[in-house]
Structures are given as structure tokens and as C-alpha cells.
Design a protein. Structure first.
Length: 397
């Protein structure tokens, strides 16, 4: 009889798990159920574009019905409230579901580090709706400025954190300014975009040469970058910094870090740093071997190198595939494979048509070429979800 595999979350990891099971297993081996709170998969890595209105929400998502054969992957649109791993059961908003195997890919949420006022007074980039909210919030403040011309804080956009998310968003915001200023009839020089980073540099841990290129590109866009300075408090209209400076703003977006979805710890899984579940070399929970944790939900270590892997799309995709293959191996009574994810490189976009990127150990690229490389990676990803059919559909749209 087919074993029931339930996958929680249709992010990069969950979608890849379901696609792998769909293509690699037979109906007699696995019944595949995918639970997600929306009936679409969104392109998390491009949300910054949506926040700045570059791309509409529809371009940022793809319906699950277009990705999967619905007779093979049953989709349930619902919210996961709790996992009961001792009972092999998941509590959903509207009912419960039992499983033989579970793959948990419920993604991340912002990490607020208990900084006073931060959670209450910041916008975050975590979903399509939150990106839409950032856009609407900023537009609303720009629209209000004409009737409150003394309130420059309405025109000050502050991004907290200069990791990859913060830098991509800051670049996008700066490119949006001319359009915003025109739309709301405001002088461009009245608008400021500021990025604040606690570490000594932006893009900490990245290639030094490319960091320098990124600084140059961002500064040429008129962005003020403050490094070595932590955000210590936030109110409705100001951000307090560790150097004593207070920045007045009504548009504060927090990109200072992420942690695993709180359901992981709440459901009793043993966790490591940032609420990520401890998994063994096969990605099984150390507590329950029929539960696999993938992507941002797992503390993933490359077994060959000992490297702790970051919560990136590349790692999510590879872990999602491995979890599916290991479940299938277990069903077939075969040996499981170890987790050895690799990062092929990183491309960081810096607003429209510019980026810096490193591929493998050697190849570095900046500017327009890097921007094109990033676009190519996005198309390749779309192709991996649905082949020429989906690519053609997006192109012809
Ligand atoms: P992150 O943790 O990588 O970066 C957060 C940044 O915020 C850090 O540099 C940190 O020093 C800073 N910070 C923390 N507290 C602060 C404070 N109080 N004041 C000021 N700065 C503070 O988080 P992220 O950027 O959201 O990235 C999450 C993961 O996603 C990472 O693994 C990242 O590599 C990945 N990612 C990759 C890409 C890409 O490859 N293009 C894009 C986005 C995200």
C-alpha cells in the first residue's frame, strides 16, 4: 500500500520535495500531499522587486496547479497550526492530517533580537503580501507629504541590516525614488535612502572585491550606508543607533536576520541556532526519523566539509530533493544518502539591471552582466519547475 508523505510548505524546499516525489515515485509507493497556506509558490528571492513596485505580484508567483499533476500531488490550502510528531499528525486550521512520512519546509520569520520597538514599528520582507504592504506604506507616506511638508521623515526610507536581503532591497528602493518623486511631485533631493548595518561591512562574509564594487554602485545611487552601527531601538517615527544618532523616519524596513518558523520549536523538535531543527546526516529530525526538515527549518551541515549551510534558496532546493529521495529509499528498503549541499555561487542584485556575483571560486562579475546572470538564474529556476511550457507562458504574458 502506498505510504502517505505529507509536505508542509510550498517554498523552494517543499516544492522541490513534491516535484521529486512526483517524478521519482510510483502511485503504489507514495501518496503525496502538499499543504500550503496559499495556492501558489512565490519567488522569495525576488520579493525586493515587488516591494519597490518593479514587478507586479502576479509575476512573483506561480499557481501550484501549474507546477504539479494534481492527480499525483494533492494540494491542501490551509494553515499549519501544530505538528504532533509523536502521533504522526498535523493540525491544520480546518482539520487534521495523518502521515507516514513528513517533510517540514515552513520557512523563516524575522528575528527581532528583543530590540525595543522593533517588531511593532518595522515592516518586513517575508511574503508577497508583506512586499505589497511595504510598497503601499511608502506610497501612502509620499502622498501625505504635500499636506505635511515639514515632515521629512515621510520621505526617509531606512533599511535595517545589510545582509543580502537588506542590500537587494536598498538598491531597489534607491532606483524607485525618481519614479516616486515624479509620481508624487516631490523634489528627488528631498528623499533619502539609508542602510544601517551593525557589522563592519555590508554583505558580511562575501567576496571582498565584490563588496567594494557593491559599495560603489550603491553610493552612486545616492544611498547613505552606515556600517559598524547597530539599531538599538525603534519607535513609530525614529530609529535609534548605537552611535547615539537618531534617524527620523516613517518608512523603516527590518532585514536584520531571520529565524526558523516558530512552529518547529513549538512542536517539540530539538533545535539549534535560530530555532532550526537539529537533523542527522540524512535530514531526519534527531527526534523522529520519519520527519525530515528542509530549507530554513533545518540546521544543515554539509557532511563532506563540515560547513554549516546558510538558509539560502540553493540549499533549500537541494535539501528538499534529498529528503524526498531518502523517503523513497526508505520505502524501498534501500540505504539513505548523506546531505552534502553545495552553493554554486551568489549573485546579489543592486537595483535595476545591476548586480555583483561570484560563481564557483574564480568567476566574478559586476554591473549589467551580473544583472543578466541573475535574470538567467531566475529563468532557469522557472524552467526547473515546469519546463518550456511555463517559461513560454511567462514570456508571452
Ligand atoms: P542575514 O542574517 O544574512 O543579514 C542580516 C544583517 O543584519 C547582518 O549583516 C547583521 O549584521 C545585520 N544586523 C543584525 N542586527 C542588527 C542591528 N541591530 N542593527 C543593524 N544591523 C543589524 O539575513 P538576510 O539578509 O535576510 O539573509 C538571510 C539568508 O538568505 C542568508 O543566508 C542570505 O545569504 C540569504 N539570501 C541570499 C540572497 C542571494 O543570494 N542573492 C538574497 C537574499 C538572502
Amino acid at each position: 500500500m502506498a505510504r502517505r508523505v505529507v509536505i508542509l510548505g510550498a517554498g523552494y524546499a517543499g516544492v522541490r520535495s513534491a516535484l521529486t516525489l512526483e517524478s521519482e515515485s510510483s502511485r503504489d509507493e507514495a501518496e503525496i500531499i502538499l499543504v500550503n497556506k496559499h495556492n501558489y509558490h512565490h519567488f522569495m528571492a525576488q520579493l525586493h522587486e515587488s516591494a519597490a513596485g518593479v514587478t507586479g505580484n502576479k509575476d512573483m508567483r506561480i499557481s501550484l496547479g501549474e507546477i504539479f499533476d494534481e492527480t499525483r500531488v494533492k494540494q491542501i490550502k490551509d494553515v499549519v497550526l501544530r505538528i504532533l510528531p509523536k502521533d504522526n499528525r498535523v493540525i491544520l486550521g480546518d482539520g487534521t492530517i495523518d502521515y507516514d512520512y513528513l517533510i517540514v519546509g515552513l520557512g523563516s520569520e524575522p528575528e527581532y533580537f528583543n530590540i525595543p520597538g522593533l517588531e511593532q514599528h518595522s515592516l518586513t520582507l517575508r511574503s508577497l503580501n508583506s512586499a505589497k504592504l511595504i510598497r503601499a506604506h511608502i506610497e501612502n507616506n509620499f502622498a501625505t507629504f504635500k499636506s505635511n511638508p515639514l515632515r521629512r521623515e515621510l520621505l526617509t526610507i531606512v533599511v535595517g541590516g545589510a545582509g543580502f536581503t537588506g542590500i537587494e532591497l536598498t538598491g531597489e528602493m534607491a532606483d524607485w525614488v525618481p519614479k516616486l518623486a515624479k509620481e508624487y511631485d516631490i523634489q528627488e533631493k528631498m528623499v533619502s535612502v539609508i542602510n544601517i548595518e551593525a557589522a563592519a561591512t555590508i554583505l558580511k562574509g562575501y567576496d571582498r572585491k565584490l563588496i567594494d564594487n557593491a559599495y560603489e554602485i550603491l553610493r552612486n545611487k545616492g544611498i547613505r550606508i552606515i556600517t559598524g552601527t547597530a539599531i538599538e531601538g525603534v519607535t513609530e517615527n525614529e530609529v535609534r543607533l548605537s552611535n547615539g544618532e537618531i534617524i527620523k523616519t516613517r518608512n523603516f524596513i527590518w532585514t536584520g536576520g531571520i529565524r526558523a518558523n516558530r512552529l518547529i520549536a513549538q512542536s517539540g523538535f530539538t533545535t539549534a541556532a535560530r530555532g532550526r531543527a537539529k537533523v542527522n546526516r540524512y535530514l531526519q529530525s534527531v527526534d523522529y526519523p520519519n520527519v525530515y526538515l528542509v530549507g530554513d527549518n533545518a540546521f544543515i551541515v554539509n557532511q563532506a566539509t563540515g560547513e554549516v549551510m546558510g538558509p539560502t534558496a540553493q540549499v533549500a532546493i537541494q535539501s528538499g530533493r534529498l529528503a524526498a529521495l531518502n523517503i523513497l529509499a526508505d520505502i524501498r528498503g534501500e540505504g539513505l544518502k548523506e546531505c552534502n549541499p553545495r552553493e554554486l555561487g551568489r549573485v546579489v542584485s543592486l537595483g535595476r539591471k545591476a548586480a555583483v556575483g561570484k560563481v564557483g571560486r574564480e568567476y566574478r562579475t559586476t554591473g549589467r552582466v551580473a544583472g543578466l546572470l541573475k535574470e538567467a538564474i531566475q529563468w532557469k529556476y522557472l524552467f526547473s519547475l515546469g519546463g518550456f511550457r511555463l517559461v513560454a507562458k511567462k514570456l508571452l504574458k
